[in-house]
Design a protein around this ligand. Structure first.
Ligand SMILES: *Cc1c(COP(=O)(O)O)cnc(C)c1O
Length: 369
């Protein structure tokens, strides 16, 4: 049997490097609660991400959930159903109503021409997602947000390190959430952060991630517990030293995929966006069964026979989740529905060899009818 290839593989420093980084924890006995490593990682990330304020959390989801709470949003939030469960759930868990906007058929981010018709007097924010590393139409979202006085929080979980016109992608909108989950381009095992323009939100999040505690005797907001601990921070400090190299390796893998699958009838690749320095986070293909001859599901199954695991990501769209009991009409976002039934993300990680990429592509191409 061939070696198992999963859709992703977590980046790790050498064991020696990690041990070196955590050694002093045995002196300090300070394991969490915004310790030295937590503070150091926040500083380094501020620089790396080119953002003003960084607040680290134990995962990306809680950064988003508490980030929304910090802004005290009300009523309705315009968002996309073509995302990971987290985005929609963070909105709903804040007692807000998600209003689903459709996506572009080419880069899968929010279709900005459809936002204005969804705005009502209850709308308080737009929460778009930079999908697979493709960035949203930032200028247009900013124009609409300022015209209607709405907050903008980006789910930037897929875009660690991405630059747009030379600026850090987390420096746009009012805030951006990054995820440092094990499967992401940069990981702290589990982890994440919120980046803010306005320092008052960063102060609020500091309380919210620590039970709303303002000072020893004052708790003035109902918070949660979402602190990133020192072992996670240590992993981050190590991985950050290697992340540029990891992104370069991902680039080589992506370029090989593009070379092999470019201009195959029935397989659509993500566009290469202008003014964007990519992080090569994912490699999605969209399969048109009528032109390619077999469906996305058949490709996924065939790869499994070779011990290769791709993912139907994002499928299903979040608005169709059972937990929402049919509350949202999925046909109001036809493009998102269409893409979710045809998209497949192929294995991609820094150490995936080019031979393995070739093998994956030839298994796919052999299916073409
Ligand atoms: C990974 C991810 C999240 C959640 O991040 P966690 O760190 O796993 O909590 C949110 N949104 C998107 C689009 C993601 O891919």
């Amino acid at each position: 049997m061939n070696k198992k290839i999963l859709v992703t593989r977590s980046s790790m420093p050498s064991l020696d490097e990690y041990i070196e980084e955590i050694k002093d924890l045995w002196d300090s006995h300070w394991l969490t609660n915004m310790g030295v490593k937590h503070q150091k990682l926040e500083e380094q990330l501020k620089e790396y991400l080119k953002v003003k304020n960084v607040s680290l959390t134990t995962n990306g989801h809680l950064a988003l959930e508490l980030g929304i709470q910090a802004m005290k949003l009300q009523g309705e939030v315009i968002t996309t159903p073509f995302t990971f469960a987290s985005t929609t759930q963070a909105i709903v868990r804040n007692g807000l109503t998600p209003v689903f906007c459709d996506i572009n058929p080419d880069d899968y981010t929010m279709d900005v021409t459809k936002i204005e018709s969804l705005i009502t007097d209850k709308t308080s924010a737009i929460i778009p997602v930079h999908v697979y590393g493709n960035i949203c139409n930032i200028e247009e979202i900013e124009r609409i947000a300022s015209k209607y006085n709405l907050k903008v929080i980006y789910d930037a979980a897929h875009t660690f390190g991405v630059r747009y016109k030379g600026k850090g992608i987390g420096s746009f909108g009012d805030a951006s959430m990054f995820s440092f989950h094990a499967t992401k381009v940069f990981n702290t095992i589990e982890g994440g952060c919120m980046c803010y323009q306005d320092t008052t939100y960063a102060m609020e999040l500091l309380k919210l991630k620590n039970f709303g505690i303002k000072s020893e005797s004052v708790v003035d907001v109902v918070g949660s517990n979402a602190k990133m601990n020192e072992f996670q921070s240590a992993m981050g400090l190590c991985n950050l030293r290697h992340v540029d190299e990891e992104i370069q390796k991902r680039k080589t893998v992506v370029e090989r995929y593009r070379k092999n699958l470019n201009e195959v009838e029935g397989i659509k690749l993500s566009p290469i966006q202008e003014h964007v320095e990519s992080n090569y986070a994912y490699f999605p293909i969209v399969v048109d069964e009528n032109k390619f001859g077999v469906s996305r599901d058949e490709i996924c199954e065939r790869l499994k026979e070779y011990n290769i695991f791709s993912r139907k990501y994002f499928y299903p769209i979040t608005s169709s989740f059972d937990c929402f009991h049919g509350k949202y009409d999925v046909h109001k976002t036809p493009v998102a529905l269409h893409i979710s039934k045809r998209v497949l993300t192929l294995p991609l990680y820094a150490d995936l060899s080019l031979d393995e990429v070739d093998r994956i592509c030839s298994i796919i191409l052999d299916l073409k009818k």
